[in-house]
Design a protein around this ligand. Structure first.
Ligand SMILES: Nc1ncnc2c1ncn2[C@@H]1O[C@H](COP(=O)(O)OP(=O)(O)OP(=O)(O)O)[C@@H](O)[C@H]1O
Ligand SMILES: O=P(O)(O)OC[C@H]1O[C@H](OP(=O)(O)OP(=O)(O)O)[C@H](O)[C@@H]1O
Length: 266
């Protein structure tokens, strides 16, 4: 597996080149490099005087603590001879015996993105959807290796196949429906409260009300609590089983073999 072979080198060399990168791109308000691979992180939103300094001499790698990506991430690393050693499954730290200068921290994917940006993690493996949603276009979240080849999915707008949407197939047709008004907007439920509304606005949908929920979004239209959803799709089974379909032109993020990547925040 070529991705696996490449990844070994990428993580192994992370203690020096990436700290070096930080030196090149560093912003004094956020980071200072005390010495090679020792990072002083300054809380991003804190007042300039209230700096939370965390001196470290190891690189921190964030891995998904649970959910769909957790197992496949560990399997991939293992296939690169980078077996993660976790002494107790209820602990959130681990190590990779082959890389003594690196700590593994298990975190929820969204927290990996947040912690990359705050400087609490140096590297993290997450999906492009999570980086896009929680990084909100932050160009300093840099892909180090993007061919991990698992976890691919789309983020799409989907509507019921029947009822008022029976003859609606595209996002243009949806936006031309006269039914949506300020008083009765198109109700969209999504866990992606940054990407979802941004996409719908860019596509010209004027009267939209966004609500959020943590899961089982495909049940909302049938329950009558939403008209449409913006959610992740991989096999398409959940949409199909709930009588929903993707809207043509409604792809917010496209599936790709490179969907899951190793990220660095410069
Ligand atoms: N069919 C899929 N549905 C959801 N996520 C998928 C799918 N296929 C791949 N993924 C990837 O797995 C990641 C983690 O999904 P998971 O549902 O485990 O999320 P999570 O972050 O633990 O959710 P939450 O914190 O809301 O419980 C997604 O962000 C996405 O990158
Ligand atoms: O296209 P499919 O292969 O059917 O996968 C898509 C489903 O998987 C995810 O949900 P998950 O299983 O993580 O459960 P959740 O709804 O509780 O988040 C996603 O939110 C979809 O509901």
């Amino acid at each position: 597996m070529p991705a696996a072979l490449d990844l070994t080198g990428v993580i192994k060399s992370s203690t020096s080149p990436y700290v070096e990168k930080r030196r090149q791109f560093r912003r004094p308000s956020r980071y200072a490099i005390a010495c090679c691979s020792t990072v002083t992180a300054i809380a991003r939103d804190a007042a300039p005087t209230a700096t939370a300094q965390v001196e470290r001499s190891v690189v921190r790698l964030g891995l998904p603590s649970k959910g769909r990506m957790a197992e496949e991430t560990l399997t991939l690393l293992k296939s690169c001879q980078l077996t993660v050693r976790q002494l107790n499954p209820r602990q959130y730290t681990a190590d990779i015996p082959l890389l003594p200068n690196l700590e593994v921290w298990f975190q929820r994917p969204k927290d990996i993105v947040r912690k990359l940006q705050s400087g609490d993690l140096d590297l993290g493996i997450v999906g492009y959807d999570t980086v896009s949603e929680y990084g909100q276009g932050n160009e300093d979240l840099v892909i180090v290796h993007d061919a991990l080849e698992y976890g691919a999915c789309h983020l799409v707008l989907a509507i019921p196949k029947e009822g008022i949407f029976e003859n609606i197939n595209s996002i243009d047709e949806l936006s031309r429906m006269t039914k949506w008004t300020a008083e009765r907007p198109l109700r969209v439920v999504t866990g992606f409260t940054y990407l979802g509304p941004k996409f719908l606005k860019e596509k010209g949908l004027k009267h939209v009300a966004i609500t959020t929920a943590d899961g089982a979004l495909e049940s909302y239209p049938a329950m009558g609590t939403a008209d449409a959803i913006v959610d992740l799709v991989s096999s398409g089974t959940t949409l199909r089983e709930n009588n929903l379909e993707e809207v043509e032109g409604g792809t917010v993020l496209l599936r790709s073999r490179r969907f899951t990547a190793l990220y660095f925040f410069r």
